[in-house]
Design a protein around this ligand. Structure first.
Ligand code: ATP
Ligand code: MG
Length: 407
């Protein structure tokens, strides 16, 4: 453990994991591995206690630790914590220290007025501790009242809650943060995300990562008809998503020739559906090579013409892999809120063309018939062009993404 004079500790709370019965050990193992991997480069040490994890590190690691805990799927919450030996005297003393620090930090804080009221909550996993939870709350509460006269008790609507947890040590904290919840990335296999430059697909990847999926991504561009900036934007989106998924391996596939083939050999109204069919075929080929178990897309029902249920059926006809569409029932506002929360929104709205806009028709087919779609698609004889595009794809390695830190 680092020198205690300049050290910090964090308590991590595991939520849904506790429901996983016999599998729990495996899920926890992945969670620990993910946390340690994200904390690489610091002196942070992660130790497991009953139903909680604790991280100890030196003070200068705190920024990276807090960044990690904000990006780690599988924890319901976390807190920067003090700890002390398990005597009521030590607990009281530490509660007073925590309350003083709270007051000092809040005085000039965003809330302006600072903290005026508090309550103490207590939980006792170690039943050998002589006081029950209620007794701890009462005695520690009195100690804070006596030691920090500026604070008053309010059990209903306190400005701050000081929590005491009696475990293998006594933990005391007031800084209670929400975690991302979900399941640890890497517990549900790998999925291949179709990543455009828009708002939706990074959110789709984030949501599936939250169900435990590792993420590879594929992006189709039409360089030189689309710009280098459009491609760079997608690399950046993959980097942002990678902060939650221990990196994303991004496959960048040139589709210009395919789009020209479609433009020259099929009715304009069908161009977007046919392009999406070709994307699915190429994505399936990459998924099989990279051992991805499914495709993930950002489609949302009826959001645009290509996403009516009829056109979705045409699109998916070129693959036999499951396609996960976590946004299918969500409206744009809810999707946008998540995009903002995960830090992708500002990049997503940068105004660069996606290849889908290129050659797209003003009057697209709205309810495509699958057999008609299949007939047009066959007529394109596009198989070898897709093989070539997949073979010549550019790959951004996972490790490249891991090093990125947002400005
Ligand atoms: P927007 O926020 O503009 O809707 P989007 O990413 O959802 O962005 P759509 O045109 O709605 O774009 O496309 C639906 C889905 O098809 C995307 O979410 C994505 O999964 C996939 N897709 C579209 N274009 C591409 C592309 N160029 N490369 C990879 N996948 C793509
Ligand atoms: Mg969309």
């Amino acid at each position: 453990m680092p020198d205690s004079s300049a050290s910090v500790s964090y308590l991590l709370k595991l939520g849904e994991l506790t429901l996983k019965g016999e599998n729990r050990g495996g899920f926890e193992q992945v969670l620990r591995r993910n946390a340690r991997s994200m904390l690489k480069g610091t002196d942070a040490q992660l130790v497991a206690t009953d139903g909680r994890y604790v991280i100890h590190a030196s003070e200068n690691a705190s920024e990276k630790i807090e960044f990690t805990l904000d990006h780690l799927f599988g924890i319901t919450g976390w807190a920067k914590t003090r700890f002390c030996e398990k005597t009521i005297e030590a607990v009281c003393k530490t509660c007073v220290e925590e309350a003083r620090a709270l007051l000092a930090n809040s005085a000039g804080g965003a809330s302006g007025g600072g903290i005026k009221t508090f309550k103490v909550e207590a939980r006792r996993t170690d039943k050998r501790f002589p006081l029950e939870s209620y007794g701890i709350m009462a005695v520690a509460g009195d100690a804070v009242l006596a030691g920090v006269p500026a604070l008053k008790v309010d059990v209903h609507k306190p400005d701050a809650v000081i929590t005491v947890e009696i475990r293998e040590k006594a933990y005391i904290y007031a800084d209670n943060r929400k975690g991302l919840r979900g399941l640890p990335v890497g517990t549900a296999g790998r999925g291949l995300l179709l990543l455009s430059g828009g708002i939706d697909s990074p959110v789709a990847g984030f949501l599936m990562a939250g169900r435990g999926m590792s993420i590879d991504a594929v992006h189709f561009h039409a360089y030189p008809y689309t710009s280098k900036e459009a491609r760079d934007k997608v690399v950046r989106l993959a980097e942002i998503l990678g902060l939650y998924t221990l990196g994303v391996r991004l496959h960048i596939v040139g589709f210009a020739n395919i789009q020209i083939r479609i433009k020259e050999n099929a009715p304009a109204a069908w161009s977007t559906i046919l392009l999406r069919m070709a994307m699915m075929e190429a994505a399936e080929s990459i998924a099989r090579q990279e051992r991805c178990k499914c495709l993930i897309s950002g489609e949302s029902l009826s959001q645009v013409a290509s996403q009516t249920i009829e056109n979705i059926r045409c699109t998916e006809s070129r693959t036999s892999l499951p396609i996960l569409r976590p946004l299918i029932g969500m409206d744009k506002e809810s999707i946008t809120r998540i995009a903002e929360k995960i830090g992708a929104y500002k990049t997503s709205i940068l105004p660069y063309d996606d290849c889908c806009v290129l050659f797209s028709s003003k009057h697209p087919v709205i309810r495509g018939d699958p057999s008609e779609a299949a007939a047009y698609y066959e007529q394109l004889e596009i198989g070898s062009l897709i093989e070539e595009a997949v073979r010549e794809r550019e790959e951004k390695k996972r490790s490249f993404v891991e090093r990125w830190h947002p400005s």
